[in-house]
Write a protein that binds this ligand. Structure first.
Ligand SMILES: *[C@@H]1O[C@H](CO)[C@@H](O)[C@H](O)[C@H]1NC(C)=O
Ligand SMILES: *[C@@H]1O[C@H](CO)[C@@H](O)[C@H](O)[C@H]1NC(C)=O
Ligand SMILES: *[C@@H]1O[C@H](CO)[C@@H](O)[C@H](O)[C@H]1NC(C)=O
Length: 334
């Protein structure tokens, strides 16, 4: 064993990738960086709590550590497949042979930071998909906008994949797939979306894994006009999800349960009538310059992601798109 990283979680548990020696420094950088980020973010949490205690109002609206599910969410289908912990802070969605389950926010939002912690179905979860997404409507209408995180289950010990997608006006086909650098079934991890008029960034534990830039013109790829709800659901997708549908859901293992906590939104809550949440001012942090580009440290993380954990990128799929979609030429580094 002369690999300095052979005892990291990534190597031992996931066996996902072979990291060439010249990439090793990314790893080291990466883990140090994450540790630091964690320290910074726990400090930030403390400060945040202090601020909340000091002020009785705040533009940062969070349903963390207080409030209940009903304040901000409603069940979309199968009430009886949903339950919460005794204190109401942890939520469980389950899937069995009869049905899955889903919930959605009561409010719509346009732009901001949307975040939640999830712990995915463990063990043999092939065929099971947990989706966590934002959408302009409750349904798959022909003109919807949508931002998706989908977690594709797998056989015991085989890696979960995350698939992300973006729809504008009913058109998707913008899939990316990533491996994760941890086992998402062992513990809670944070999945977040930053959305403003300049970029949409998907984050996993504050690491940017996907960036979609706007081009500042009217276009058919960047959803920015319509407000969206936040949703989550669990369902059976064994016709496509795991190894392209080869691995079927093992119903003997049901119910399959995914777990949620710490929903937080720091964004503009939509109120009809339009216009609200317009970003012509820069009053909100997400409408300011820093939120329009990746920071230097986010760029380092994003470079690591691009090199090591991207499994599929529609922007590289020239068989599917002989002429690549327009957004594929916009640089995430700008
Ligand atoms: C959650 O619900 C409360 C009570 O209805 C509301 O005041 C708050 O704005 C909601 N939070 C979000 C993020 O929508
Ligand atoms: C959105 O899609 C609908 C239906 O496909 C189409 O009729 C409409 O022109 C589209 N709108 C825009 C702004 O592209
Ligand atoms: C499941 O595991 C297999 C075997 O390791 C892998 O090829 C596949 O990409 C994994 N994920 C999904 C969603 O199929």
């Amino acid at each position: 064993m002369n690999n300095p990283f052979s005892n990291t979680i990534v190597f031992n548990e996931l066996h996902l990738l072979r990291f060439p020696a010249e990439k090793a420094h990314y790893f080291l950088y990466y883990f140090l960086h994450l540790k630091l980020e964690r320290m910074v973010s726990s400090m930030a949490t403390l400060l945040f709590i202090a601020a909340l205690m000091a002020a009785s109002y705040s533009s940062f609206v969070a349903a963390e550590s207080k409030g209940s599910f009903q304040d901000n969410f409603s069940i979309m289908w199968s009430e009886d497949h949903f339950k919460t912990s005794e204190d109401g802070q942890i939520w469980y969605l389950s899937l069995d042979k009869e049905t899955g389950c889903g919930f959605q926010t009561k409010q719509k939002y346009r732009f901001g930071w949307f975040s939640m912690k999830l712990k995915l179905v463990g063990g043999d979860s092939a065929g099971v998909v947990t989706a966590y997404y934002m959408c302009t409507e409750n349904g798959a209408g022909p003109t919807r906008d949508e931002l998706d995180f989908e977690f594709l289950g797998n056989r015991t010990g085989q890696p979960y994949l995350i698939q992300t997608n973006v729809y504008k006006n009913g058109t998707g086909g913008r899939e990316m797939r990533h491996m994760l650098w941890f086992d998402p079934t062992e513990d809670f991890h944070t999945y977040s979306i930053l959305w403003n008029n300049h970029q949409i960034v998907f984050f996993v534990d504050r690491v940017p894994v996907r960036v979609l830039k706007n081009n500042g013109e009217e276009n058919n790829f960047f959803p920015n006009e319509k407000p969206m709800y936040l949703f989550s659901s669990i369902w059976n997708a064994d016709d496509w999800a795991t190894r392209g549908g080869l691995e079927k859901t093992d119903w003997k293992r049901a119910p399959f349960v995914s777990t949620y906590k710490d929903f937080s939104v720091d964004g503009c809550q939509w109120e009809d009538p339009y216009p609200k949440c317009v970003s012509t001012t820069t009053k909100k942090w997400w409408d300011q310059y820093e939120a329009w580009h990746l920071s230097d440290s986010q760029k380092m993380d994003y470079a690591w992601v691009q090199r090591n954990i991207v499994i599929y990128d529609y922007c590289k799929d020239t068989e599917r798109y002989p002429t690549l979609p327009a957004e594929c030429s916009l640089s995430p580094w700008d």
